[in-house]
Design a protein around this ligand. Structure first.
Ligand code: NDP
Length: 305
C-alpha cells in the first residue's frame, strides 16, 4: 500500500486488516514493504507511484478509485488492474447528483438568496415533465439514472455498448449520442476519462440540448470542452453548470469557471471511497485471487476503463 494523500495508512489499514482477519487471510499491510515482497498493491492514483517494475511478484493492483485514467496506459503495469466499484461510491454519487439536480429543478437558489423578499409564485414543473440524460450507464451512471427515474424524471442514458434498463430510454454508440442529448434539460456526465470520451460535450453537442439546460459533471474534466461550455453559458444555451471535476485540479484560481455566475464549482467531492466499505471490496478481490477465482471489477485496458 504505497502512501498517498487519499489513502493514508492509518485510515485504510485497520478496516482492511480486520476484513482480511475475518476472511482468515494472513497479511502484513505496510506502506514501505520491499516491492519485491508485495503480493498485492492497494493503489491510490494520487500516491505518486508510477513505476511498477520492482513489484516482481505482485498478483494485482487494486485501485481505491473508480477512475483509472492515471494508470491504465502505464507500460510498467503488467499485472491485472481492478478498480473500485462499491465502497460507498455509488451511494455518494447518487446523493450528490440528486441534490444538485433538485437544486436546479426546483429553482432553490431563488428562495435561498432572496434579498428583496420576492413573493412571485412560480411553481416548478413536475419531474415527469423534465428530460434528463445520463451519459455513461456504468456502476455510477446506471444507479443515478434509476434514482432519478424513481423520483419521476423522464430519463435517457447513453453507453458505449447497447443496454436495456427498465424505465430508462437507452442509447448507445456514436449515433446514439445525438438522440440521447436532443432536447435534454439536464445532462449528467458519468463517463470515464478516455481518448474516446474527450470533449463529448462540445459546441455541436451542447447545441442539441434544450435551451437553458443544466449540465452536471461529476465524471472527468476532459469530457467537456471548457471554452464551448462558457460560450453556451454566455449565450443562454446552458443556464447553469455544476462541475465537480476539471482538466487541472485543484482548479486554477484564475480559471473563468470560478467567477462565472452560471457555474457552481465543487472540489471533486461528488463521491469518495469510504475505507470501512472499500476494505470489503479490496479484501474480496484478495480472497478471490488467493482462491484462484477471477477478480471482480477488472479494467479493460484496451478500452481504457
Ligand atoms: P463504469 O466503467 O462502470 O461506467 C462507464 C460508463 O461509460 C459505461 O456505461 C460505458 O459504456 C460508458 N462509456 C465509456 N466509454 C464510452 C464511449 N466512448 N461512448 C459511450 N459510452 C461510454 O464507470 P463508473 O460508473 O464506475 O464511473 C464513471 C466515472 O465516474 C469514473 O470513470 C470516474 O471518472 C468518475 N468518478 C468521479 C467521482 C467524483 O467524485 N467526481 C467518483 C467516482 C467516479 P459500457 O456500459 O458500454 O461499457
Amino acid at each position: 500500500m504505497p502512501p498517498g494523500p487519499s489513502a493514508p495508512q492509518d485510515e485504510w489499514a485497520p478496516p482492511l486488516g480486520a476484513t482480511l482477519d475475518r476472511m482468515g487471510l494472513a497479511h502484513v499491510i505496510a506502506p514501505d514493504v520491499a516491492p519485491e515482497r508485495a503480493d498485492y498493491i492497494v493503489y491510490a492514483p494520487d500516491s505518486g507511484l508510477q513505476d511498477f517494475t520492482p513489484f516482481t511478484r505482485a498478483r494485482a493492483v487494486l485501485s481505491l478509485w473508480a477512475g483509472v485514467e492515471a494508470i491504465v496506459a502505464n507500460p510498467t503495469l503488467t499485472m491485472p488492474l481492478a478498480r473500485m466499484v462499491g465502497g460507498g461510491l455509488t451511494e455518494g454519487m447518487v446523493e450528490w447528483v440528486t441534490g444538485h439536480v433538485l437544486r436546479h429543478h426546483l429553482g432553490m437558489d431563488r428562495h435561498i438568496v432572496n434579498p428583496d423578499n420576492d413573493w412571485t409564485l412560480r411553481p416548478p414543473p413536475l419531474a415527469a415533465e423534465r428530460r434528463v440524460t445520463v451519459l455513461g450507464l456504468g456502476a455510477l451512471g446506471s444507479a443515478v439514472a434509476q434514482a432519478l427515474a424513481r423520483i419521476g424524471f423522464n430519463v435517457s442514458g447513453w453507453s458505449r455498448r447497447p443496454k436495456q434498463m427498465p424505465g430508462i430510454s437507452c442509447y448507445s454508440g456514436d449515433t446514439g449520442l445525438a438522440e440521447a442529448l436532443r432536447d435534454a434539460e439536464f445532462v449528467i456526465l458519468l463517463l470515464p476519462g478516455t481518448r474516446a470520451t474527450e470533449n463529448t460535450l462540445n459546441r455541436d453537442t451542447l447545441a442539441l440540448l434544450a435551451r437553458g439546460a443544466f449540465v452536471l459533471n461529476p465524471g472527468r474534466g476532459p469530457l467537456i470542452d471548457d471554452a464551448a461550455l462558457i460560450t453556451a453559458l454566455d449565450e443562454g444555451q446552458v443556464a447553469h453548470a455544476t462541475l465537480d471535476v476539471f482538466r487541472r485540479e485543484p482548479l486554477p484560481q484564475d480559471h473563468p469557471f470560478w467567477g462565472h455566475p452560471g457555474v457552481t464549482v465543487t472540489p471533486h467531492v461528488a463521491s469518495h471511497t469510504r475505507p470501512h466499505l472499500g476494505a470489503e471490496v479490496i479484501a474480496e478481490n484478495i480472497r478471490r485471487s488467493e482462491a484462484g477465482a477471477p477478480l471482480l471489477h477488472l479494467v479493460d485496458r484496451s478500452a481504457g476503463y
